[in-house]
Design a binder for this molecule. Structure first.
Ligand code: AMP
Length: 214
């Protein structure tokens, strides 16, 4: 099962990608997570990506495509994957199709999570992530029991550097201009399903599963 999960920043892609990955025993491939790990590790690639990430801009296609090219060839991706946050523009979508065609493993479905603008803002400004286990919280809608501490593992909760109001506005604009056209791209291929990304996490997951079950 090879899935692309589309949606604006804050639409719940990361949360739903993790659930889908667990359920179907395939990896979640998040370019955002891979880039943040490279920045934290201080690699050459991370240093090149950091300025664009801090500004809410897209990292260059060359960097991101290099990451994806390596990732889809890893053994755990042989039975499929969930792309989360990739592709982000048409050039990336076309490059992904070419790459997967060469491997004889085309995308099966593109799932687009639809969420109202005001809800996106609330989710992004309130978002916190555990530095240890990656569990996500929202200080408004799903706070941890103890402020700043992960319920699951006791790890410290972090506020992403790019989840501040200025960068959020920029990221949403970049989404509208560069990523939104991908809906049409996958629709033209007959692969797109639009799903409401509003409501409870389990409810949204149920909608995604219903689409995948056909
Ligand atoms: P995300 O965690 O998906 O919201 O991504 C965080 C940041 O990483 C984005 O604002 C971009 O700067 C960068 N990024 C993640 N995925 C991509 C991608 N596919 N293409 C370009 N930049 C990306």
């Amino acid at each position: 099962m090879r899935i692309v999960l589309l949606g604006a920043p804050g639409s719940g892609k990361g949360t739903q990608a993790k659930l889908l990955a667990d359920k179907h025993a395939i990896p979640q491939v998040s370019t955002g997570d891979l880039l943040r790990a490279a920045v934290a590790a201080g690699t050459n690639l991370g240093r090149r990506a950091k300025a664009a990430m801090d500004a809410g801009e897209l990292v260059s296609d060359e960097i991101v495509l290099g990451i994806i090219r390596d990732r889809v060839r890893e053994p755990d991706a042989a039975n499929g994957f969930i792309m989360d946050g990739f592709p982000r523009n048409l050039a990336q979508a076309r490059a992904l199709d070419r790459m997967l065609d060469d491997l004889g493993q085309p995308i099966d479905t593109a799932l687009l999570l639809d969420v109202d603008f005001d809800i996106l803002m609330q989710r992004l400004t309130g978002r916190r992530t555990c530095r240890e286990c990656g569990q996500m919280y929202n200080v408004y809608t799903s706070p941890p029991k103890q402020e700043g501490i992960c319920d699951r593992c006791g790890g410290e909760l972090l506020h992403r550097d790019d989840d501040n109001e200025d960068t959020i506005s920029k990221r949403l604009k970049v989404y509208e201009e560069q990523t939104q056209p991908l809906g049409r791209y996958y629709e033209d291929q007959g692969k797109l399903a639009r799903i409401s990304g509003e409501g409870e996490i389990d409810e949204i997951f149920g909608r995604l599963e219903a689409v995948l079950a056909g």
